[in-house]
Design a protein around this ligand. Structure first.
Ligand code: SF4
Ligand code: SF4
Length: 191
């Protein structure tokens, strides 16, 4: 499948190669088209609503103690589920959203055998993939209980719907600007 793609080039068997290539494409698109997007009121409104939804989900998870549980699990106990390879869930679209929100994209894997985006205290990007946001292991489910889980699912539903909307919007605009079908923008790397 990768052979047919136009924007992603030179992917090799190095497990970090695909995410580095996605970052390169996202940076190139950002440099060329960020001014265009920043002038688009509909896009800015969508971006703001998405940012607010992420902050709301984060606040809810913070209150319910899931962030702390993940910190104990991954940083203190050296377990955790953000393994190497999961960075491929981060699409070019998600990288672009982080760039639009002023997030610094890492240049290299900081923690060996962990996801490319793991830092000393957890994930370093703000806009995160569907899988990362909507994953609750047994330990977290026990921590949340039924009521907590329902609450988290509700706020995440808002966030992930907006993530889908903003990704579709960016893709539609870039396809119009470049006159091309950009399947690469949503590629995770497992297909
Ligand atoms: S989701 Fe579960 S396995 Fe992953 S870091 Fe949190 S507590 Fe650990
Ligand atoms: S939450 Fe962040 S660090 Fe963890 S797998 Fe997802 S992108 Fe990687």
């Amino acid at each position: 499948m990768l052979k047919n793609l136009k924007y992603l080039k030179s992917i090799d068997y190095d497990p970090t190669s695909l995410i580095l290539e996605k970052i390169r494409v996202a940076q190139e698109l950002y440099e060329h088209w960020s001014d265009y997007f920043f002038k688009d009121e509909k896009f800015i409104d969508l971006l703001k609503r998405y940012e607010e939804a992420v902050l709301k989900s984060n606040k809810t998870m913070e209150k319910l103690g899931t962030f702390n549980e993940c910190y104990i699990c991954s940083v203190l106990e050296k377990k955790g589920c953000c393994k190497a390879g999961l960075e491929n869930e981060v699409t070019i679209n998600i990288l672009l959203i982080n760039m639009f929100l002023g997030v610094q994209i890492p240049k290299e894997r900081e923690v060996p055998l962990r996801c490319f985006f793991v830092g000393p205290t957890g994930c370093k990007i703000f806009a995160r993939p569907f899988l990362c946001r909507d994953y609750f292991c047994r330990r977290l489910l026990d921590k949340l209980g039924e009521k907590g889980y329902i609450l988290v699912t509700q706020v995440l539903n808002e966030e992930l719907t907006l993530l889908y909307e903003i990704c579709s919007y960016i893709k539609k605009e870039l396809e119009f600007l470049l006159g091309d079908f950009l399947i690469e923008l949503d590629l995770t790397g497992y297909a």
